[in-house]
Design a protein around this ligand. Structure first.
Ligand code: UT7
Length: 329
C-alpha cells in the first residue's frame, strides 16, 4: 500500500532587520562590491543582533507559519530544526524553539546536514507523517551563520547571512500529490572542504583552538564550487527521473542560494529559463538551511508559486551533502 501523501500546509519566514551591504563590508575587509557581486551575485545580507540566536529567528518564522495554518503550538506533533549555527552544541535548537513558541510537550529534534539540512529535515518530517507517527510537523531552517564567520577572512565573510524559514506539514487531501519525493546523498571524501573544525569531540574547545581561530567556518571555495556545479543539476535530474517527471513540468526551481554562478550553471545544464528559477541571494546571501524556505515564502508571496505548481528544491553543502525535493504546492 502506498504511503499517504503529505503536503506543505503553510509557511513563514523571519530575517533580522539589520542590512549589511557589500560597501559596508568593504570598509573593514580588502574586498569590493564589484568583486562580491560579480563572483557571487550577493549585494547585501541580513545580520542578527548580538542577543539573537538561531532559535529566536526560527521561532519568529514558526509563529508566522502556524498562524497561516490556523494552528496553535499544542497542535503540533513534532518539531524539526535544521541549522549549522545551533544555539548551543546541545540541547537541540528545536528544544529552545519549542520553548519560544510555547510547544510544551511536543517532541523536538535537530537535523545536522549543513546547508542541505532543510531538505533532510523536510524528508524526515514527511516520513513521520507518512508513517502515521505524526499529523502536524513543523520544519524549520534557522541560521545565525554570522556567529560562525571569521570576519577577517574575506573569502567567507562576504558570502553568508542570517535568517529563518518554516513550513508546517500535514496529510494531503484525497487526490492531492503534496510532497512527491526526494533525492538525498553525501560524498564523505569532501568532509574537509567545508567545516567548523573545533568545538566537537574531535577537537574540543581549548585555549589553543581559540588562539588558532579554529571555531570559525573554513571553506575551500573553489572545490565546493566545483562540487556544487556538478551535483545540483545531477540531483535535480535524478529526482525528476525517479518520479517520472520532466524538467519541462517544473513550474519553479528553488535552489540553495549560495552563488548565482552555481545557480546559472545548474539552470544551463537543466535547460531551465530564468522565469522558472527563484533567486534572492542578492538580498540575503547564503543563509544555509534557511535559504530554501525563505525563497518558498517569497515566491508564494510574489505569485510565482500557486496551488498546484510543481516546485523542485535542491540544496547542497558541507558533508559534502546534497538533496532535492519535488513537491506539488
Ligand atoms: O552553502 C555552502 C556552500 N558554499 C558555496 O557554495 C561556496 C562555493 N564557492 C564559491 O561560491 C566561490 O568559489 C567563491 C565565491 C567562494 C569564490 O569565487 P571564485 O571565483 O572561486 O574565487 P577564488 O576563490 O578562485 O578567488 C579568486 C581571487 C583570489 O585571489 P588570487 O589568488 O587570484 O590573487 C582570492 O584571494 O579572489 C580573491 N578573493 C577576494 N577578492 C576580493 C577571495 N575572496 C575575495 C573577496 N574580495 N571577498
Amino acid at each position: 500500500m502506498a504511503a499517504p501523501a503529505v503536503k506543505i500546509l503553510s509557511w513563514g519566514t523571519h530575517v533580522p532587520e539589520r542590512v549589511v551591504t557589500n560597501d559596508e563590508l568593504s570598509l573593514s575587509l580588502d574586498t569590493s562590491d564589484e568583486w562580491i557581486s560579480s563572483r557571487s551575485g550577493i549585494r547585501e545580507r541580513r545580520i542578527a543582533d548580538d542577543g539573537e540566536a538561531a532559535s529566536d529567528l526560527g521561532a519568529a518564522a514558526a509563529k508566522k507559519a502556524l498562524d497561516a495554518a490556523g494552528l496553535g503550538p499544542a497542535q503540533l506533533d513534532l518539531i524539526i530544526v535544521a541549522s549549522l549555527s545551533h544555539d548551543a552544541p546541545f540541547p537541540a535548537t528545536a528544544s529552545y524553539l519549542a520553548g519560544r513558541i510555547g510547544a510544551d510537550g511536543v517532541p523536538a529534534f535537530d537535523v545536522s546536514a549543513a546547508c542541505t539540512g532543510f531538505i533532510y529535515a523536510l524528508a524526515a518530517g514527511r516520513a513521520f507523517v507518512a508513517a502515521g507517527q505524526a499529523t502536524r510537523v513543523l520544519v524549520v531552517g534557522a541560521e545565525v551563520v554570522s556567529r560562525m564567520i571569521d570576519w577577517s577572512d574575506r573569502s567567507t565573510a562576504v558570502l553568508f547571512g542570517d535568517g529563518a524559514g518554516a513550513l508546517v506539514l500535514g496529510p494531503a487531501a484525497a487526490g492531492e500529490e503534496g510532497i512527491i519525493g526526494f533525492d538525498l546523498g553525501n560524498e564523505p571524501s569532501g568532509t574537509e572542504l567545508l567545516k567548523l573544525p573545533a568545538g566537537g569531540s574531535r577537537l574540543p574547545a581549548r585555549p589553543e583552538t581559540v588562539a588558532g581561530r579554529q571555531h570559525y567556518l573554513k571553506m575551500n571555495g573553489r572545490e565546493v564550487f566545483r562540487f556544487a556545479t556538478r551535483v545540483v543539476a545531477a540531483s535535480a535530474q535524478r529526482v525528476l527521473a525517479k518520479y517520472d517527471y520532466d524538467v519541462s513540468d517544473v513550474d519553479l526551481f528553488v535552489p540553495h542560494q549560495a552563488n548565482i554562478r552555481i545557480i546559472d550553471a545548474a539552470a544551463r545544464k537543466l535547460g531551465l529559463p530564468p522565469e522558472r528559477i527563484f533567486t534572492n541571494l542578492d538580498r540575503y546571501g547564503n543563509t544555509s538551511c534557511a535559504s530554501i524556505p525563505i525563497c518558498l515564502d517569497e515566491a508564494a508571496a510574489a505569485g510565482r508559486l500557486e496551488r498546484g505548481s510543481l516546485v523542485l528544491m535542491t540544496g547542497f553543502g558541507a558533508g559534502l551533502s546534497w538533496g532535492s525535493c519535488l513537491a506539488r504546492w
